[in-house]
Design a protein around this ligand. Structure first.
Ligand code: SF4
Length: 373
């Protein structure tokens, strides 16, 4: 316990937080995955009792959050992130608890010890997993540190830009919340990361639904691609106690269209300049022929979780249930499929792509059943 009576947990580098999916995969928690999903990337997060200095309006770990919980007891995004000894993670992987896992991701938080501790955690995990991503905090890293991360064994880097425009970034992560992060520094770090790790070994995280238009999201995806960075998409999810706890998720139609545009851009099939938008900035044309549109949508691939790849998988970081609830999965609103969508899923997705309503959540399973009748 701290002097203030707060329960204290172990800290990094000896301890890390693991996503609930990683904890289940490692056998550290009991649980089963919906539709027999498998997790191919273990997501680990540094942990400190005094937490992250960031104040991002949408984040479960933020200092702007109004919950009375200690930092270590807070959730990151949507699900629990239990604190566990790093040695247990390494030992379980070494003992063969999850032979299908191909990648691990070590996420920094904005904390004075995180630069050094990230390297220590990467070195320990590298003993048992070959491919390691680092989700870095640009506010506390520089080019020299990126080279150190590469030497420690990091092969891919993620930069959580999150907000699609400088105005939203400033409002939700910067001055608007008295937070330390700066838009220019984030993009400078993307550029430096591409130099150090090579083109397309860098990904930006982008959260859809923070107040941007579809057009703005797609423009940012194109800008990242032109710099040599892929985009890994997330659907906004209102974290209880965060400043945005009562903001709805983006309408599924909107999310699906941005997912498709991201895929087309990141595969070099289309570009932002070739796409069409209505007066509200919603995508009305993807800059491809009808047959390309159909082929790509039917493949289901654009709607899988977008994340760092591994040698054998395009979407090794598949983060099951990180931005939607089991109820949403049940009614046909699995925002990011952690596996290749099946035939019935694709039928639902096709309807969703054409949905321009502002309804945040709808029951889709019935709509498809009605068409089938
Ligand atoms: S996409 Fe996944 S593995 Fe890659 S940096 Fe982001 S969280 Fe980590």
């Amino acid at each position: 316990m701290s002097e203030a009576g707060e329960v204290l947990f172990g800290e990094s580098p000896e301890y890390v937080r693991v996503s609930l999916a990683a904890a289940i995969t490692l056998g550290l928690c009991r649980g089963r995955f919906f539709r027999e999903t498998k997790l191919y990337c273990l997501n680990l997060l540094l942990t400190y009792n005094d937490g992250c200095v960031g104040r991002c309006a949408y984040c479960g770990l933020s200092r702007s959050r109004s919950s009375g919980w200690s930092w270590s007891a807070r959730s990151f995004i949507r699900v629990d992130w239990p604190v566990v000894p790093l040695a247990d993670v390494v030992r379980r992987v070494a003992e063969g608890a999850c032979p299908h896992v191909e990648r691990a991701c070590v996420s920094m938080i904005t904390h004075r010890r995180a630069r050094e501790d990230t390297l220590k955690v990467v070195e320990a995990v590298r003993e048992v997993i070959d491919e390691i991503s680092a989700l870095i905090s640009p506010t506390i890293v520089d080019r020299d540190w990126l080279w150190s991360a590469k030497s420690a064994g990091v092969d891919k880097v993620g930069v959580a830009v999150d907000a699609a425009t400088p105005e939203l970034f400033e409002k939700l992560r910067g001055r608007g919340v008295k937070g330390p992060h700066k838009w220019e520094k984030y993009w400078k770090t993307v550029e430096e990361s591409v130099d150090v790790f090579g083109a397309f070994n860098v990904g930006i995280h982008l959260i859809v639904g923070l107040g941007e238009t579809e057009r703005e999201a797609v423009q940012t995806i194109q800008a990242a691609y032109d710099m040599g960075a892929l985009t890994h998409l997330f659907s906004f999810f209102p974290e209880a106690g965060s400043l945005l706890e009562s903001m709805p998720q983006p309408p599924i139609g909107s999310y699906r269209r941005v997912q498709l545009a991201r895929y087309l851009i990141n595969k070099g099939i289309s570009r932002f300049e070739d796409m069409e938008f209505d007066e509200r900035g919603r995508i009305t044309g993807f800059g491809v022929t009808d047959s390309v549109y159909e082929k790509v949508v039917e493949s289901g691939l654009p709607f899988m979780t977008s994340g760092c790849s591994s040698k054998n998988r395009e979407n090794a970081c598949n983060r099951p249930f990180s931005d939607f609830t089991p109820y949403q999965a049940y009614i046909g609103e699995m925002r990011n499929y952690p596996f290749k969508p099946g035939r019935e899923d694709v039928e639902i997705i096709k309807l969703q792509l054409r949905d321009y309503s502002d309804t945040p959540v709808k029951v889709w399973v019935r709509e498809v059943a009605a068409i089938d009748e």
